[in-house]
Design a protein around this ligand. Structure first.
Ligand SMILES: Nc1ncnc2c1ncn2[C@@H]1O[C@H](COP(=O)(O)OP(=O)(O)O)[C@@H](O)[C@H]1O
Ligand SMILES: [Mg+2]
Length: 225
């Protein structure tokens, strides 16, 4: 797929004929310098925006032909998002924040029980009823991970999930994401500046000037077609 933003003089080719597939259960890192097109790529995979050309297939479904409302429902059911800033709603408790996507997906069966289990898994069982503005940055990011997993998504997308954290907290959040991925057998696609801290992962894709390469930059680079 390709993605072009703007027109005329303001035209930016953010993704240039990128093509690859990711298998179920893979833990994939997307790396590359600032402005290379990582967030654009993640936004296309996450169906937050549509490519200018090309197609995103998820679970064999060609998402090009889905209407906007089908896309929203597909996104809520299949995809989980974790962003750089936890984006918790500060007036709500930790538990209420984790339950938010469930409200959107309108499936409230045992939702609270799930949310409590996830909060326990991310080490926040003693913070459940605190307001989101009363917890630390690392705790907020843990809550954001639990929120990203609440709808039991097949694919979890994270854009610089540790970009706003100190290195000790980053390390913990990274280990947490890796262990959750393993435990839940979910596909994780993570954009990061923090390649080293992730250690062993299934796969690394490097984005450079809107093009995708397999492997770490620069020695392993091999163009994906
Ligand atoms: N909404 C947008 N409108 C116009 N240009 C954009 C938009 N989003 C990103 N870009 C441009 O596309 C390129 C890739 O951006 P981005 O995907 O955010 O890179 P990264 O996440 O790797 O830093 C950059 O040149 C950026 O300025
Ligand atoms: Mg980005």
């Amino acid at each position: 797929m390709s993605k072009i933003y703007g027109t005329g003089e303001n035209k930016v080719k953010a993704l240039d004929n990128v093509s690859f597939s990711i298998e179920k259960g893979e833990f994939v890192l997307i790396v590359g310098s600032s402005g290379s097109g990582k967030s654009t790529l993640l936004n296309m995979i996450g169906l937050l925006d549509r490519p200018t050309n090309g197609t995103v297939f998820i679970d064999g479904i060609d998402t090009t032909n889905l209407t906007d409302s089908q896309i929203s429902s597909f996104r809520n059911k299949k995809l989980g998002f974790i962003f750089q800033f936890s984006n918790l709603l500060t007036d709500l408790t930790v538990l209420e924040n984790v339950l938010l996507p469930r409200e959107i997906a309108r499936t409230n069966d045992s939702a609270e029980k799930n949310a409590r289990e996830l909060l326990k898994a991310v080490g926040l069982d003693d913070q459940i009823n605190k307001r989101a503005n009363k917890i630390s940055g690392g705790q907020a990011q843990r809550a954001a991970i639990a929120r990203g997993l609440i709808n039991n998504p097949s694919i979890v997308l994270a854009d610089e999930p540790t970009g706003n954290l100190d290195s000790v907290t980053s390390e913990k959040i990274i280990q947490l994401m890796k262990s959750m991925a393993k435990k839940l057998n979910q596909t994780f696609i993570v954009v990061t500046h923090d390649r080293q801290h992730f250690g062993d992962v299934d796969r690394v894709i490097t984005i450079k000037d809107g093009k995708a390469f397999e492997g770490n930059p620069p020695s392993e680079m091999e163009v994906l077609v």
